[in-house]
Design a protein around this ligand. Structure first.
Ligand SMILES: [Zn+2]
Length: 400
Protein backbone atom coordinates (compact mmCIF):
# COMPACT_ATOMS: atom_id res chain seq x y z
CA UNK A 1 0.00 0.00 0.00
CA UNK A 2 1.25 3.46 -0.94
CA UNK A 3 1.92 6.10 1.67
CA UNK A 4 0.80 9.71 1.70
CA UNK A 5 1.39 11.22 -1.73
CA UNK A 6 2.00 14.82 -2.68
CA UNK A 7 1.47 15.38 -6.39
CA UNK A 8 1.62 18.14 -8.94
CA UNK A 9 4.49 19.77 -7.07
CA UNK A 10 7.41 21.79 -8.32
CA UNK A 11 10.35 20.09 -6.61
CA UNK A 12 13.90 20.95 -5.69
CA UNK A 13 15.32 17.58 -4.70
CA UNK A 14 18.79 18.68 -3.67
CA UNK A 15 20.10 17.62 -7.03
CA UNK A 16 17.75 19.30 -9.48
CA UNK A 17 14.58 21.28 -9.97
CA UNK A 18 11.67 19.58 -11.72
CA UNK A 19 8.51 21.39 -12.75
CA UNK A 20 6.02 18.68 -11.99
CA UNK A 21 6.55 15.75 -9.70
CA UNK A 22 5.33 13.73 -6.74
CA UNK A 23 6.66 12.62 -3.37
CA UNK A 24 5.49 9.58 -1.44
CA UNK A 25 5.86 9.67 2.36
CA UNK A 26 5.62 6.56 4.52
CA UNK A 27 6.11 6.49 8.28
CA UNK A 28 7.93 9.82 8.32
CA UNK A 29 10.33 8.83 5.57
CA UNK A 30 10.44 9.67 1.88
CA UNK A 31 9.50 6.37 0.24
CA UNK A 32 9.68 7.50 -3.35
CA UNK A 33 9.63 10.58 -5.54
CA UNK A 34 9.76 11.30 -9.22
CA UNK A 35 8.73 13.34 -12.20
CA UNK A 36 5.21 13.47 -13.59
CA UNK A 37 2.19 11.74 -12.03
CA UNK A 38 2.55 9.25 -9.19
CA UNK A 39 2.31 5.60 -10.29
CA UNK A 40 -0.25 4.83 -7.56
CA UNK A 41 -4.01 4.92 -7.48
CA UNK A 42 -4.39 6.02 -3.82
CA UNK A 43 -5.87 9.41 -3.16
CA UNK A 44 -3.12 11.99 -3.25
CA UNK A 45 -2.87 15.63 -2.35
CA UNK A 46 -2.76 17.89 -5.40
CA UNK A 47 -0.40 20.77 -4.59
CA UNK A 48 -1.35 22.62 -7.77
CA UNK A 49 2.20 23.64 -8.57
CA UNK A 50 3.41 24.67 -5.10
CA UNK A 51 7.16 24.48 -4.60
CA UNK A 52 8.44 21.67 -2.39
CA UNK A 53 11.99 21.32 -1.15
CA UNK A 54 13.95 19.88 1.77
CA UNK A 55 13.66 21.78 5.06
CA UNK A 56 16.45 24.30 5.62
CA UNK A 57 19.52 23.15 7.55
CA UNK A 58 20.97 26.07 9.50
CA UNK A 59 24.26 24.74 10.82
CA UNK A 60 25.32 27.67 13.02
CA UNK A 61 22.87 29.07 15.60
CA UNK A 62 22.73 30.25 19.22
CA UNK A 63 18.98 30.02 19.81
CA UNK A 64 18.86 28.17 23.13
CA UNK A 65 21.59 30.09 24.92
CA UNK A 66 22.61 33.60 23.79
CA UNK A 67 19.38 34.00 21.77
CA UNK A 68 17.23 33.25 24.82
CA UNK A 69 18.41 36.39 26.58
CA UNK A 70 19.34 38.33 23.42
CA UNK A 71 16.24 38.01 21.26
CA UNK A 72 13.66 36.96 23.83
CA UNK A 73 15.00 38.83 26.87
CA UNK A 74 14.36 35.72 28.95
CA UNK A 75 16.50 35.16 32.02
CA UNK A 76 16.97 32.61 34.75
CA UNK A 77 14.09 30.18 35.00
CA UNK A 78 12.65 31.56 31.73
CA UNK A 79 15.71 30.61 29.66
CA UNK A 80 14.08 27.43 28.40
CA UNK A 81 10.97 29.32 27.30
CA UNK A 82 13.10 31.82 25.40
CA UNK A 83 14.81 28.93 23.68
CA UNK A 84 11.51 27.35 22.69
CA UNK A 85 10.30 30.71 21.33
CA UNK A 86 13.39 30.89 19.11
CA UNK A 87 12.94 27.30 17.96
CA UNK A 88 9.35 28.12 17.01
CA UNK A 89 10.59 31.05 14.92
CA UNK A 90 13.04 28.77 13.16
CA UNK A 91 10.38 26.20 12.34
CA UNK A 92 8.00 28.93 11.15
CA UNK A 93 10.75 30.06 8.79
CA UNK A 94 11.11 26.56 7.32
CA UNK A 95 14.26 25.59 9.20
CA UNK A 96 13.90 21.92 10.18
CA UNK A 97 17.49 21.18 11.27
CA UNK A 98 19.77 23.27 13.47
CA UNK A 99 23.42 23.17 14.34
CA UNK A 100 23.09 24.75 17.76
CA UNK A 101 25.82 25.90 20.16
CA UNK A 102 26.36 25.55 23.89
CA UNK A 103 29.33 27.75 24.76
CA UNK A 104 28.52 28.99 28.27
CA UNK A 105 26.61 32.21 28.75
CA UNK A 106 27.84 34.58 31.49
CA UNK A 107 24.33 34.87 32.97
CA UNK A 108 22.32 31.90 31.72
CA UNK A 109 22.87 28.54 33.36
CA UNK A 110 21.21 25.74 31.40
CA UNK A 111 23.30 22.57 31.64
CA UNK A 112 23.81 19.77 29.16
CA UNK A 113 20.96 17.63 30.54
CA UNK A 114 18.57 20.54 30.15
CA UNK A 115 19.71 21.05 26.56
CA UNK A 116 19.13 17.39 25.87
CA UNK A 117 15.64 17.62 27.34
CA UNK A 118 14.74 20.55 25.05
CA UNK A 119 16.25 18.79 22.05
CA UNK A 120 14.38 15.56 22.76
CA UNK A 121 11.07 17.36 23.23
CA UNK A 122 11.32 19.55 20.18
CA UNK A 123 10.11 18.53 16.71
CA UNK A 124 13.04 20.39 15.19
CA UNK A 125 16.12 18.30 14.47
CA UNK A 126 18.87 19.79 16.66
CA UNK A 127 22.53 18.82 16.85
CA UNK A 128 24.51 20.41 19.64
CA UNK A 129 28.11 21.62 19.57
CA UNK A 130 29.86 22.24 22.88
CA UNK A 131 32.76 24.58 23.28
CA UNK A 132 34.35 27.52 24.98
CA UNK A 133 34.33 31.12 23.95
CA UNK A 134 36.49 34.22 24.26
CA UNK A 135 34.91 37.66 24.00
CA UNK A 136 37.07 40.56 22.87
CA UNK A 137 36.39 42.84 25.84
CA UNK A 138 39.26 44.46 27.76
CA UNK A 139 40.29 42.39 29.66
CA UNK A 140 39.14 39.37 27.65
CA UNK A 141 36.10 37.42 28.87
CA UNK A 142 36.33 33.63 28.95
CA UNK A 143 33.21 31.47 28.91
CA UNK A 144 32.73 27.73 28.75
CA UNK A 145 29.99 25.15 28.40
CA UNK A 146 31.46 23.27 31.36
CA UNK A 147 30.59 26.21 33.63
CA UNK A 148 27.55 28.02 32.22
CA UNK A 149 26.28 31.09 34.07
CA UNK A 150 29.63 32.59 34.98
CA UNK A 151 32.95 33.90 33.77
CA UNK A 152 35.94 31.59 33.98
CA UNK A 153 39.71 31.84 33.75
CA UNK A 154 41.52 30.41 30.76
CA UNK A 155 43.30 27.93 33.10
CA UNK A 156 39.91 26.44 34.03
CA UNK A 157 39.74 24.68 30.69
CA UNK A 158 41.81 21.55 31.04
CA UNK A 159 42.15 18.45 28.90
CA UNK A 160 39.27 16.89 30.82
CA UNK A 161 36.86 19.67 29.94
CA UNK A 162 37.87 19.73 26.29
CA UNK A 163 37.52 15.94 26.20
CA UNK A 164 34.02 16.28 27.65
CA UNK A 165 33.12 18.88 25.02
CA UNK A 166 34.43 16.68 22.22
CA UNK A 167 32.57 13.67 23.62
CA UNK A 168 29.28 15.51 23.70
CA UNK A 169 29.57 17.54 20.50
CA UNK A 170 27.34 16.20 17.76
CA UNK A 171 28.71 18.24 14.86
CA UNK A 172 31.78 20.43 14.19
CA UNK A 173 30.44 23.85 15.15
CA UNK A 174 32.54 26.65 16.67
CA UNK A 175 33.99 24.71 19.61
CA UNK A 176 36.97 27.02 19.91
CA UNK A 177 37.57 30.70 19.18
CA UNK A 178 40.82 31.24 17.32
CA UNK A 179 40.02 34.95 17.41
CA UNK A 180 38.20 36.85 20.14
CA UNK A 181 34.58 37.36 19.17
CA UNK A 182 32.76 40.69 19.03
CA UNK A 183 29.72 38.78 20.32
CA UNK A 184 26.94 41.12 19.14
CA UNK A 185 28.42 43.93 21.26
CA UNK A 186 29.05 47.49 20.03
CA UNK A 187 32.66 47.98 18.78
CA UNK A 188 33.64 50.20 21.74
CA UNK A 189 32.77 47.37 24.16
CA UNK A 190 35.01 44.86 22.39
CA UNK A 191 38.33 46.59 21.61
CA UNK A 192 39.98 43.14 21.41
CA UNK A 193 37.43 41.77 18.94
CA UNK A 194 39.21 39.82 16.20
CA UNK A 195 42.48 39.51 18.12
CA UNK A 196 44.30 36.28 17.34
CA UNK A 197 44.30 34.28 20.59
CA UNK A 198 45.17 30.78 19.50
CA UNK A 199 48.19 30.15 17.33
CA UNK A 200 49.08 27.11 15.25
CA UNK A 201 50.20 24.99 18.24
CA UNK A 202 47.16 25.68 20.38
CA UNK A 203 44.81 24.93 17.51
CA UNK A 204 46.70 21.74 16.78
CA UNK A 205 46.33 20.66 20.42
CA UNK A 206 42.58 21.20 20.26
CA UNK A 207 42.41 19.34 16.94
CA UNK A 208 44.21 16.38 18.53
CA UNK A 209 41.93 16.34 21.56
CA UNK A 210 38.91 16.18 19.28
CA UNK A 211 40.58 13.61 17.05
CA UNK A 212 41.13 11.37 20.09
CA UNK A 213 37.34 11.28 20.43
CA UNK A 214 36.88 10.68 16.71
CA UNK A 215 35.52 14.17 16.21
CA UNK A 216 36.34 16.86 13.68
CA UNK A 217 37.11 20.29 15.07
CA UNK A 218 35.29 23.42 13.97
CA UNK A 219 36.23 26.94 15.05
CA UNK A 220 35.32 30.60 14.97
CA UNK A 221 38.05 32.11 12.79
CA UNK A 222 38.68 35.39 10.99
CA UNK A 223 41.60 36.97 9.16
CA UNK A 224 44.15 35.56 6.77
CA UNK A 225 46.81 34.40 9.25
CA UNK A 226 44.33 32.73 11.61
CA UNK A 227 42.59 30.96 8.74
CA UNK A 228 45.97 29.74 7.46
CA UNK A 229 46.89 28.42 10.93
CA UNK A 230 43.55 26.70 11.31
CA UNK A 231 43.87 24.87 8.00
CA UNK A 232 47.52 23.94 8.63
CA UNK A 233 46.72 22.64 12.14
CA UNK A 234 44.14 20.19 10.82
CA UNK A 235 40.96 22.12 11.65
CA UNK A 236 38.07 20.76 9.64
CA UNK A 237 35.23 23.28 9.67
CA UNK A 238 35.92 26.98 9.33
CA UNK A 239 33.11 29.10 10.74
CA UNK A 240 32.86 32.69 9.41
CA UNK A 241 36.33 32.80 7.81
CA UNK A 242 35.99 36.49 7.03
CA UNK A 243 39.13 37.79 5.37
CA UNK A 244 39.75 34.61 3.39
CA UNK A 245 41.81 34.70 0.18
CA UNK A 246 41.68 32.68 -3.04
CA UNK A 247 44.88 30.83 -2.10
CA UNK A 248 43.33 29.79 1.22
CA UNK A 249 40.14 28.64 -0.50
CA UNK A 250 42.25 26.44 -2.77
CA UNK A 251 44.10 25.11 0.26
CA UNK A 252 40.75 24.28 1.89
CA UNK A 253 39.66 22.30 -1.14
CA UNK A 254 42.91 20.32 -1.12
CA UNK A 255 42.71 19.57 2.59
CA UNK A 256 38.93 18.99 2.58
CA UNK A 257 38.21 21.77 5.04
CA UNK A 258 34.58 22.88 5.06
CA UNK A 259 33.31 26.42 5.33
CA UNK A 260 30.27 27.77 7.14
CA UNK A 261 29.65 31.22 5.71
CA UNK A 262 27.84 33.92 7.64
CA UNK A 263 27.44 36.50 4.87
CA UNK A 264 26.12 39.17 7.22
CA UNK A 265 28.75 39.22 9.97
CA UNK A 266 29.72 37.58 13.24
CA UNK A 267 33.32 38.75 13.48
CA UNK A 268 35.22 42.04 13.59
CA UNK A 269 36.15 41.72 9.88
CA UNK A 270 33.97 42.70 6.93
CA UNK A 271 31.81 39.69 6.04
CA UNK A 272 32.19 37.40 3.04
CA UNK A 273 31.01 39.05 -0.18
CA UNK A 274 28.89 37.57 -3.00
CA UNK A 275 32.04 37.67 -5.19
CA UNK A 276 33.91 35.54 -2.65
CA UNK A 277 31.04 33.06 -2.39
CA UNK A 278 30.87 32.76 -6.19
CA UNK A 279 34.64 32.25 -6.27
CA UNK A 280 34.51 29.56 -3.55
CA UNK A 281 31.92 27.62 -5.55
CA UNK A 282 33.99 27.98 -8.70
CA UNK A 283 37.04 26.61 -6.87
CA UNK A 284 34.97 23.60 -5.87
CA UNK A 285 34.19 24.27 -2.22
CA UNK A 286 30.75 23.25 -1.00
CA UNK A 287 30.06 25.83 1.68
CA UNK A 288 27.00 26.28 3.89
CA UNK A 289 25.16 29.54 4.46
CA UNK A 290 24.24 29.95 8.12
CA UNK A 291 22.41 32.53 10.22
CA UNK A 292 24.46 32.61 13.44
CA UNK A 293 21.10 33.69 14.93
CA UNK A 294 20.62 36.00 16.66
CA UNK A 295 23.14 38.32 15.05
CA UNK A 296 23.19 42.02 14.16
CA UNK A 297 24.18 42.68 10.56
CA UNK A 298 27.68 44.08 9.98
CA UNK A 299 27.49 47.59 8.43
CA UNK A 300 29.28 46.32 5.32
CA UNK A 301 26.45 43.85 4.77
CA UNK A 302 23.61 46.37 5.10
CA UNK A 303 22.94 45.83 1.38
CA UNK A 304 21.44 42.46 2.40
CA UNK A 305 18.69 43.83 4.62
CA UNK A 306 15.99 46.45 4.61
CA UNK A 307 16.60 49.73 6.42
CA UNK A 308 14.47 48.82 9.45
CA UNK A 309 16.69 45.84 10.32
CA UNK A 310 19.90 47.85 10.63
CA UNK A 311 21.33 47.58 14.12
CA UNK A 312 18.83 44.86 15.10
CA UNK A 313 19.70 41.28 15.91
CA UNK A 314 18.27 39.18 13.15
CA UNK A 315 16.94 35.66 13.57
CA UNK A 316 15.54 32.86 11.42
CA UNK A 317 12.73 34.82 9.71
CA UNK A 318 14.94 37.78 8.83
CA UNK A 319 17.61 35.34 7.67
CA UNK A 320 15.22 34.23 4.91
CA UNK A 321 14.87 37.86 3.81
CA UNK A 322 18.64 38.34 3.93
CA UNK A 323 19.35 35.18 1.92
CA UNK A 324 16.85 36.32 -0.70
CA UNK A 325 18.84 39.53 -1.20
CA UNK A 326 22.11 37.60 -1.24
CA UNK A 327 20.67 35.18 -3.79
CA UNK A 328 19.90 38.00 -6.22
CA UNK A 329 23.56 39.05 -5.98
CA UNK A 330 24.75 35.48 -6.51
CA UNK A 331 22.40 34.85 -9.45
CA UNK A 332 23.75 38.00 -11.11
CA UNK A 333 27.23 36.54 -10.73
CA UNK A 334 26.26 33.35 -12.52
CA UNK A 335 25.66 31.08 -9.50
CA UNK A 336 22.85 28.63 -10.25
CA UNK A 337 19.63 28.64 -8.24
CA UNK A 338 20.16 24.96 -7.40
CA UNK A 339 23.63 25.70 -6.02
CA UNK A 340 22.30 28.44 -3.74
CA UNK A 341 19.64 26.03 -2.46
CA UNK A 342 22.30 23.38 -1.83
CA UNK A 343 24.22 25.82 0.39
CA UNK A 344 21.09 25.84 2.58
CA UNK A 345 20.29 22.13 2.57
CA UNK A 346 22.65 19.52 1.10
CA UNK A 347 25.95 21.18 2.03
CA UNK A 348 25.17 22.04 5.67
CA UNK A 349 23.75 18.53 6.17
CA UNK A 350 27.03 17.11 4.86
CA UNK A 351 29.13 19.43 7.04
CA UNK A 352 27.10 18.31 10.06
CA UNK A 353 27.56 14.66 9.11
CA UNK A 354 23.82 14.00 8.77
CA UNK A 355 23.54 13.85 4.98
CA UNK A 356 22.28 10.27 5.12
CA UNK A 357 19.16 11.31 7.01
CA UNK A 358 18.30 14.81 5.83
CA UNK A 359 19.10 17.72 3.51
CA UNK A 360 17.63 16.38 0.28
CA UNK A 361 14.64 14.58 -1.17
CA UNK A 362 15.65 10.99 -1.65
CA UNK A 363 14.09 7.64 -0.82
CA UNK A 364 15.05 6.66 2.73
CA UNK A 365 15.62 10.17 4.08
CA UNK A 366 13.45 11.95 6.62
CA UNK A 367 10.37 13.62 5.15
CA UNK A 368 11.40 17.10 6.33
CA UNK A 369 9.90 19.39 3.71
CA UNK A 370 8.79 22.93 2.98
CA UNK A 371 5.80 23.70 0.75
CA UNK A 372 5.81 27.29 -0.38
CA UNK A 373 4.99 29.85 -3.04
CA UNK A 374 8.54 29.48 -4.36
CA UNK A 375 11.94 28.17 -3.36
CA UNK A 376 13.32 29.34 -0.02
CA UNK A 377 15.57 32.37 -0.20
CA UNK A 378 15.84 32.43 -3.98
CA UNK A 379 12.20 33.03 -4.89
CA UNK A 380 10.52 33.90 -1.60
CA UNK A 381 11.77 36.23 1.13
CA UNK A 382 9.06 36.02 3.79
CA UNK A 383 8.13 33.14 6.13
CA UNK A 384 4.47 33.98 5.36
CA UNK A 385 5.07 32.62 1.84
CA UNK A 386 5.67 29.18 3.35
CA UNK A 387 2.36 27.29 3.33
CA UNK A 388 3.47 24.27 5.28
CA UNK A 389 6.48 22.85 7.05
CA UNK A 390 6.54 19.07 7.32
CA UNK A 391 8.76 17.35 9.89
CA UNK A 392 9.18 13.59 9.92
CA UNK A 393 6.24 13.24 7.56
CA UNK A 394 3.74 15.35 9.51
CA UNK A 395 2.81 19.03 9.35
CA UNK A 396 4.32 21.16 12.13
CA UNK A 397 3.58 24.60 10.64
CA UNK A 398 0.37 25.02 8.66
CA UNK A 399 -0.54 28.31 6.99
CA UNK A 400 -3.08 26.84 4.55
ZN1 LIG B 1 28.36 31.79 16.34
Amino acid sequence: MAGKILKNARIFSGEKIIDNGYIEIKEGIIADWGEGSPPYSDSSWDLEGLSVMPGIVDCHTHLLEFGALGAQKCRGAAQKMGGYANLTKALQAGITTLGEHFLGHPVLKQNLDEYKEIINNSPINIRLCLGWCIIGTDPLTFLSSHEPGGIIEMEDISDTEIGWMADNSQFPGESIFVNATVANLPPEAVPNGGRELLGFLEIKQAVERFKNKNKKLGAHVEGESSIRNFIAAGGKVLHHGHGITQVLMEEMRKKEVDWVITPHGGTSSPPTTPEEIALALKIGLKPALASDSYLPVHPEAFYLISQNLRGKEIGPGEFLHLIYNLSQELLQRGVEKEEILRMLTVYPARIMGIEKETGSIKAGKKADLIMAQGFWGVEIDDPEDINMVIKDGGPVIDRF
